[in-house]
Design a protein around this ligand. Structure first.
Ligand code: CAA
Length: 285
């Protein structure tokens, strides 16, 4: 079976820098691509901070931190970055046209044998795969925030993804010390098909005056042992991202049970997107 020794990660935001961090920490050379040098430096700074946190907690030693950083090379040119890699993991914003253009460039520049993976949380893997010349080597590799901490990789098998590609990605996830769960490509996969209706229902509780956000979250934290309540989690994920995913579920299944709560729509319209804007269901400094 093909072994991944060099991978490119496209996008150095919250998910991309976490993905680069864990691949490199487990011995895989990383080409990390950002749009410009400033963003590339910022991604490296975040990875360094998260590695320092792990050294502080004695999860890794200082040598492993340095080795991890040494294996990450940053690029601003996607074609150059993917030229000699075994795997490309895309982690850019959730916009189909943006991803389609990017994968068309990657498909031309990456070696014919390279596997192309998307970290998308909601866009169809089958549809993205069909825009490339290697749908059999195209797969979803869906990570969870914070990537260095969360144990799951949801591996999404598109209609044309080969069994060999699934096997390589499952094995790679194990090397990253993650558990791979293989699912079929339907809207929201499993993770967001289950999570987002829960978050939406929590928002309806606030919208209908059943309870305040703090109370809804306390019920789920104390009664169901969730590490974060659904509204705190919605802020952490980003309310715009939650709305996008609910719209994908609503459009994909044409089922009113996925209808986004009007309060969620209103908050996104107001630019109250959660942690990243400092205001959501809670306020953040
Ligand atoms: N890098 C490395 N380590 C990190 C980290 C990072 N970015 N962020 C947190 N950690 C570590 C901390 O060092 C800490 O380690 P110890 O257990 O050794 O002390 C541990 O994670 C817990 O962190 P904190 O003590 O700072 O805070 P906490 O106990 O409140 O936990 C949390 C924070 C891990 C985020 C926890 O609240 C949690 O699990 N929340 C749920 C997160 C979740 O559901 N994520 C999935 C979102 S959905 C998604 O991502 C995909 C999608 O498609 C929408």
């Amino acid at each position: 079976m093909k072994k991944i020794s060099k991978a490119a990660v496209i996008g150095g935001g919250t998910m991309g820098n976490g993905i680069a961090h864990i691949f490199s920490m487990h011995g895989i050379t990383i080409h990390l691509v950002e749009r410009n040098r400033e963003l590339a430096d910022k991604a490296l700074e975040t990875i360094t901070g998260n590695l320092d946190r792990m050294v502080g907690k004695e999860k890794i030693d200082a040598t492993r931190k340095e080795e991890t950083l040494d294996r990450i090379v940053t690029f601003t040119d996607t074609a150059k970055a993917v030229g000699e890699v075994d795997l490309v993991v895309e982690a850019v914003p959730e916009n189909f046209d943006l991803k389609r253009e990017l994968f068309s460039e990657i498909d031309k520049a990456a070696p014919g044998e390279a596997i192309l993976a998307s970290n998308t949380s909601s866009i169809s893997i089958t549809r993205l795969a069909a825009t490339t010349s290697r749908a059999d080597k195209f797969i979803g590799m869906h990570f969870f925030n914070p990537v260095p901490v969360m144990k799951l990789v949801e591996v999404v098998k598109g209609l044309q993804t080969s069994d060999e590609t699934v096997a390589v990605i499952e094995k790679t996830a194990q090397r990253l010390d993650k558990n791979a769960v293989v699912v079929s490509d339907y809207p929201g996969f499993v993770s967001n098909r289950v999570l987002m209706p829960m978050i939406n229902e929590a928002i309806y509780c606030v919208y209908e005056g059943v309870a305040e956000p703090e109370e809804v979250d306390q019920v789920m934290k104390l009664g169901m042992a969730h590490p974060m309540g659904p509204l705190r989690l919605a802020d952490f994920i980003g309310l715009d991202v939650c709305l996008d995913i609910l719209n994908v579920l609503h459009d994909g299944f044409k089922d009113p049970k996925y209808r986004p709560c009007p309060l969620l729509v209103k908050m996104v319209d107001a630019g109250r997107l959660g942690d990243k804007t400092g205001e959501g269901f809670y306020s953040y400094d």
